[in-house]
Structures are given as C-alpha cells and as structure tokens.
Design a binder for this molecule. Structure first.
Ligand SMILES: Nc1ncnc2c1ncn2[C@@H]1O[C@H](COP(=O)(O)OP(=O)(O)OP(=O)(O)O)[C@@H](O)[C@H]1O
Ligand SMILES: [Mg+2]
Length: 367
C-alpha cells in the first residue's frame, strides 16, 4: 500500500545501500551494475539495476579509449537508462594497461616506509619514470615460510590510461571513486559463482574463459588464486563479420540478426557451427598451453563468460572438445532480484556483466 502510493522502497533489512555503480567500459558496450546488500550477518546481495549500452564502432580499440567524446556520451546514455541517482562509479583498466608484481618486504613496517620501499622496487622494473605512472600496492598476506615478511602486490599504470577513464566518467557527470583492474574485478564476481560447485570448488582447477567481442581472455584459478592467464585475439566480432560476408547484411544488421537468430536455414551449419568449433579449438589450445607452462595436469571445470557465452550449444561444443565440464557464468544466481529486473533477460546478460558485477561489489569494501 505505502509502497505503491509513495514509491517508498520498503526494506527494513537492508544493511547497506549501494555507494557506487560498477562500470565496465569495453569494446562493444558500456555495462553498468548496481547492487545492494541484504539480510543480516551472512553477505547476500541484490541486483538493483543494470544496463548494457552499445558502444559506437571505433570508439574503443583493444580495450583502449580512442574517442573520448563518443565513450563519454555512451556512458551518459547508459547512466540515464539505469534510472539511478548514484553518480559514484568503480571503473577498471584492462590487464594490458597494468603492470603487476609481487614483492616480499619485512612485516610490520609503517605505511610511509612501505610506500617508499614499493616506489624503490617499482622503479627497478617499470619501464617508465615514476612521475609518468600511477602506483598502488596492497599487503596480501604473511609469507608462509617466513613470518618475518609479507607479500605485497604492486600495480602500476601509465597516468594517461587512468586519466582517460576518469575523464570520460567526469564528462558524463560521473565520479570515478575506484579504479580496479579488469581480471581482479572479474575474479571477485566469479567467486560468487563458485559456490555452485561442491565445496565451493575447493582444490579444483577452474578455467574462466571470457569471450567478448574482440578478445578471448583465459584465467585459470586454483583455490582463489590466478595461476595462469592468456589473451587471444578472437571473439564475437568474427561471427558478426562472417554473417556480414555471407548474407549481404550491414554490420549493424548482422549484429542484430546474430542475437535474434533470425537468419537463413544454412546459418547454423555453414556459419555458426564452424565458428563454435574454432572457438572450442582455441579454448583447447589455451588449456594445452596452460599444461605445458605450469605443473598442472588437469582442469576440472571451464566457466564461460562474456557476450558469446550465451550462443546456443557453445558450452556443449567446448565440453566435448576439451572433455571438461563446461558451465556458463552467472554471478547473480544466488542474488535477490529487484522487481525491475527481468529474470530471463538477466540470465542472457549475466555472462557479459561479470566485470561490471565485480566492480559493483566494491560498494561493500570495508571502509
Ligand atoms: N545473444 C547473443 N548471441 C550471440 N552473440 C552475442 C549475444 N549477445 C552478445 N553477443 C556477442 O558478444 C559479444 C560482446 O560480448 P562482451 O560484451 O562480453 O564483449 P566486450 O566486453 O565488449 O568485448 P571485449 O571483452 O572483447 O573487449 C559481441 O560480439 C556480441 O555480438
Ligand atoms: Mg569484455
């Protein structure tokens, strides 16, 4: 009654309202996710809103912003469609723009001593002068075999890469409150999915394969730690291009037809099937590279993410080629859905929202 009349969102158990939106600026679209935390004690989330706003062609190239104005306008359109008031956003840089390194330093140092030591270390291996880079670090844990030392993760990026993202947000009326790194954000959201596995996937080797528009990114995880990564230039744009070549459609028409499946009879056999086979072979090759460059000999599960994950039958083809159980990522599967969300549509969109979801989780960082 009250709710209908005054549009008050009655929710007595909400512990924390979202303090930022997760925003993934990627080559085919801008994706935004807003989460809130519900329930007491145990962490459980609700997805409040999300949006996928198409990016104009040529506005981005290989994860880098090329046309600042076009990207900013895309952000603004997406934010308006979200229907939120929240203007604080968490953004991420692609892994290729960030140099990371683990170092070991004596435990128990003062923050400024540690910062000084990090700078000294960083200047040894980063090929730019310190005033050209943004540097960040985080103490991860004590070194197991030497409790006198702690492991510190350093992340460094060219200043202009950070500034480009902050600037497009700003000119869209948004404030960048957090700058993360894409694979870390993806991993944070992916960890929510792992609870689907027996014992949360403990001791299992799990390959997360993100198949987007232009790049296929593989991240192999073992007990929450990334043990192998590899990027391959392969993605959904190849399928769109093939549709464009075979059926005499413009690029835009090809993209729409691909998603609706509204294409001639021979599409499945002549275009889709070969694309899925090639994709599965790429995944198989990546796993083979993983075996040859690490001590691991088995992958227990493959999870596919990214817009291509929902291509009908793709997970079965990957599973049969690799002989590994293949599942589609949905980091919202244990979340409550706000009444604004259409469950069927969310299931289709979820694999592409992985990074945006991981960024939205930054709302709940202990402050
Ligand atoms: N329903 C669908 N059926 C087939 N392909 C789809 C569907 N939905 C999205 N895609 C494809 O997924 C791709 C976009 O995926 P995603 O949003 O993960 O890419 P991106 O993050 O923009 O790209 P990248 O990670 O390469 O920078 C596009 O090629 C798009 O055509
Ligand atoms: Mg992507």
């Amino acid at each position: 009654m009250l709710k209908g009349k005054f549009e008050i969102n009655l929710d007595f158990f909400k512990l924390k309202s979202p303090s930022l939106i997760g925003v993934d600026i990627s080559s085919s679209s801008v994706k935004m996710v807003e989460l809130s935390m519900v329930g007491k004690g145990n962490q459980s989330y609700r997805i409040e809103r999300y949006v996928i706003e198409s990016m104009p062609v040529d506005a981005m190239l290989d994860g880098a912003i090329v046309d600042l104005e076009a990207v900013s306008e895309c952000l603004q359109r997406g934010w308006k469609r979200m229907g939120t008031r929240q203007r604080n956003v968490a953004l991420a840089l692609p892994a290729t723009d960030v140099i990371t390194k683990k170092i070991f330093v004596p435990a128990g140092q003062r923050e400024d001593d540690l910062a000084y030591q990090v700078e000294t270390e960083a200047s040894q291996y980063i090929p730019f002068s310190l005033d050209e880079i943004d540097l960040d670090f985080q103490v991860i844990r004590p070194v197991p075999e030497n409790p006198e030392e702690v492991e510190v993760l350093i992340a460094a990026s060219r200043k202009e890469k950070v500034e480009d993202r902050v600037a497009v947000a700003l000119s869209a009326g948004l404030k960048a409150a957090v700058m993360d790194v894409e694979p870390y954000a993806a991993q944070a959201a992916f960890e929510l999915t792992l609870s689907q596995l027996p014992e949360g996937g403990k001791d299992k080797v799990v390959a997360l394969v993100d198949i987007g528009a232009t790049i296929m990114k593989i991240n192999v995880l073992h007990n929450g730690e990334s043990v192998y990564t590899r990027d391959q230039p392969f993605g959904g744009n190849q399928l769109t291009q093939e549709i464009h070549n075979q059926f005499n459609l413009s690029s835009e028409e090809s993209e729409i037809a691909k998603r609706s499946g509204n294409l001639p009879e021979n599409y499945k056999t002549d275009v889709l099937q070969p694309f899925c086979e090639t994709l599965a072979i790429e995944v198989m090759r990546a796993i083979q590279f993983f075996y040859t460059s690490t001590q691991y000999t088995e992958v227990h599960y493959i999870f596919i993410a990214g817009g291509c994950a929902v291509i009908p039958g793709l997970n079965e083809i990957i599973a049969s080629r690799t002989q590994v159980s293949t599942l589609i990522v949905n980091s919202f599967s244990n979340m409550e859905l706000s009444s604004r969300i259409i469950p069927r549509q969310l299931n289709l969109d979820a694999p592409a929202l992985l990074i945006a979801c991981g960024l939205a989780l930054r709302s709940f960082d202990p402050s």
